[in-house]
Design a protein around this ligand. Sequence first.
Ligand code: GTP
Ligand code: MG
Length: 347
Amino acid sequence: VTRQIKDLRTPIICVMGHVDHGKTSMLDKIRGTTVTDIEAGEITQHIGATEVPLYTIESLCKGVLPGNIEVPGLLFIDTPGHHAFTTLRSRGGALSDLAVLVIDIIDGFQPQTDEALKILKQYKTPFIIAANKIDRIPGWRVNPSFSFTKTFESQPDNVKNALDNRIYDLAGKLSAYGFSADRYDRIRDFTRTIGIVPISARTGEGIPDLLMVLVGLAQKFLEKNLKLHVTGPGVGTVLEVKEDKGLGYSIDTIIYDGEIRTGDTIVIGGKEKPIVTKVRALLKPMPNRELRIVEKFDHVDRVTASAGVKILASDLDKAMAGSHLRVAREGMLNALIKEIESEIERA
Ligand code: GTP
Ligand code: MG
């Protein structure tokens, strides 16, 4: 039985890595979706946000989850791996509390793997490695949805060695960045050593282990960071400005701090000057569904961090993707306008 503290902020987990290394596939396996199938050429071109509730994580982990988990769930941010999207990757990295760096275990380190590591280092973001596509190791015996430790036991010795050699290889590359890393089940202190979790996004092997390590890390992280509690007026980032059939202009946002309600006055970065407007409606995707592609939303009165939410309001046509959004409560408006103005000048 898990105990949940009220008003605890959902940690934001950024999924990063080189193109085609399996970021979206990994999230599809966790969410029970097939987002990769609807992407043109299976290439992610936007930042996505999905709330994965604790009950989904518990059911995928089948009993390996420790009992003291208080996180309400995880908000996953999917980022594009294609080299053209550096700005979006950096934006995703800046937003996140923790990260999963996905590396194709056959393909190894690639240019955007390096780039992601630089971003993680710059923002001092704690992260783990998902060493993906273990099913492609020659001779691999597939045990769908098994934990890594169970499926590893059932492999012949030469396959076990092949996997471990590739893990050593990754650890060696990471040490060049000053990170010490090891296979996660050989690590005692995850604050000192980066965990490498072997997974297959195709067969689901290792997904329970990945979630267990991630939730454990998130739990430790929030115990240390009081800012993970939801307090005060909402702060967020604009992911995309959209014109939807029948809805007019809306913005897809991630609220990463505080709370936002319908009727709130918000200040957003605009193309020339800050936009001040009132929240007409807040649209939340269902759990395990991604903000950038869902068609069905829950209309809600309030949203607490962290969450992906579509906001309807007037004057959003000039809103700028990548800018901040702030809720103005009593007496705050002028200061917030100044703040957003100086952000626009710096951009
Ligand atoms: P971008 O978003 O464009 O950067 O790519 P991505 O990292 O999201 O990769 P994606 O999930 O789209 O997967 C790329 C290809 O690798 C797809 O054809 C997947 O089916 C395949 N793939 C992903 N994970 C696995 C895996 O564990 N095993 C195997 N065999 N194939 C996989
Ligand atoms: Mg993708």
